[in-house]
Design a protein around this ligand. Sequence first.
Ligand SMILES: C[S@@+](CC[C@H](N)C(=O)[O-])C[C@H]1O[C@@H](n2cnc3c(N)ncnc32)[C@H](O)[C@@H]1O
Length: 243
Amino acid sequence: MAQPGTFTEADFTMVPGQMGPKSARALLAVQETISSWATPYAYLEIGSYAGRSLSMHVRDPDCTYALSVDLRPEVTGDERGDVTGYNLITDQMMRDNLRVVCSDQDMAKLESITGTSADVAQRKSRRKFDLAFIDAEHTVRAVVADFLNILPAMKADAMIGFDDTLIVYPALEAASACLAHRGLRHRVVYTRANIGLILLGRYVDRELLMRPRLLSSADEARDRFHRFYAETVLRPAGTKRSA
Ligand SMILES: C[S@@+](CC[C@H](N)C(=O)[O-])C[C@H]1O[C@@H](n2cnc3c(N)ncnc32)[C@H](O)[C@@H]1O
């Protein structure tokens, strides 16, 4: 993806998944950024479901290794109430979806593990990652665990994305506190698409290739989280949702 604009939001929708158009815009900007900072780059995704967010990297010639980790459990924890049904989409189904838009050469760079972020250390490749995206269990506890599990697999200069800061904003604050405690330089960036980013190493001083109107301050992100939390998590206990 040497040139911004190589992929568009329409490319996202060619593979089934749960990413909406606003998230797609932010993720494309993140992909254009990492591809301009590190070529070739290696991509790690925790939570790939049917393949939508993963597909953009598997298709990207600048990405030469992609690891997808997904537990595919029957019931998944979520701050809004448990989600059921992720077990209905198998790793093979995800691969079949990817094949529609990916060449054999693209597919050859994909490794997938049915498991959790704790299994990243079991990957066949010894490569470390330039970019990771955490989009698995949407509880603060799980996102912090995912962050801590993948951190040793990230390069010193790297970027970690978090989906749905609306729901898991405290996890980014906790991750930032862990990094500060370890004396690791970092910067947290929030977006209006509710995708948060942690920049590590030399990337701390760089500007993302993202339209300013897509960025948001930490205060705005916290306010959005508080409002959402009050409206959804603190509502009377509901029934299980399906994926
Ligand atoms: C929101 S979906 C991912 C959406 C995907 N990124 C897309 O583009 O459509 C969450 C995924 O996380 C997986 N998951 C749930 N709990 C997990 C865990 N503890 N570890 C790894 N994956 C998990 C589910 O199986 C599901 O496929």
